[in-house]
Design a protein around this ligand. Structure first.
Ligand SMILES: [Mg+2]
Length: 169
């Protein structure tokens, strides 16, 4: 039962090392029209207000395939506003992932279907779960930085347990 729940709700459709190794051309060819991007530990160091070189490179790579980006973070609005402005991309703060309200709102606003959107993040219990619930295609990337808060470290342990148990790789 736990296995079924994992596969239906939590198992990322794809896993990549980082944003630079994702095959964006393939997703573009598959009909993806919007990329939801998590910030902390996906694009940026936890808590940062300004994009670094990696984030700039990732955003210009994605945009080079003509894929629009929407930054989606659970963090508070003023930091996310600063961060998104430093990259000049649209954003939604306080997204409340794994809640899907803001994701579905954005998808409806752009007249898309959920399966035409990608959700990219480093955490199963926020990014991937939200994406799966909303019906997006989900990509999990490895966390950029290891120095994380204790509650995130606990979730990592649970993630590793699920991966080890249910994936043959
Ligand atoms: Mg994150």
């Amino acid at each position: 039962m736990l296995k079924r729940w994992y596969e239906k709700s939590l198992k990322p459709d794809y896993r990549f090392k980082d944003l630079l190794t994702i095959d964006w051309a393939e997703f573009k060819a598959k009909g993806i029209k919007l990329v939801f991007l998590d910030i902390d530990n996906t694009l940026a160091e936890h808590g940062s207000r300004q994009a670094d070189d990696y984030a700039r490179e990732a955003v210009s790579l994605i945009e080079s395939f003509d894929l629009p980006i929407c930054i989606l973070s659970n963090a508070l609005s003023d930091r996310i506003t600063d961060y998104a402005k430093s990259l000049d991309v649209p954003y939604m703060a306080q997204a409340n992932k794994p809640g899907t309200k803001k994701i579905l709102q954005k998808i409806a606003e752009l007249n898309l279907r959920p399966e035409q959107t990608l959700m990219v993040g480093d955490q199963i219990f926020t990014d991937i779960w939200a994406g799966k619930r909303a019906g997006c295609v989900t990509i999990m990337v490895e966390q950029r930085f290891a120095n994380e808060a204790i509650q995130i470290r606990f979730k990592r342990k649970l993630e590793r347990f699920l991966f080890k148990r249910y994936e043959n790789r």
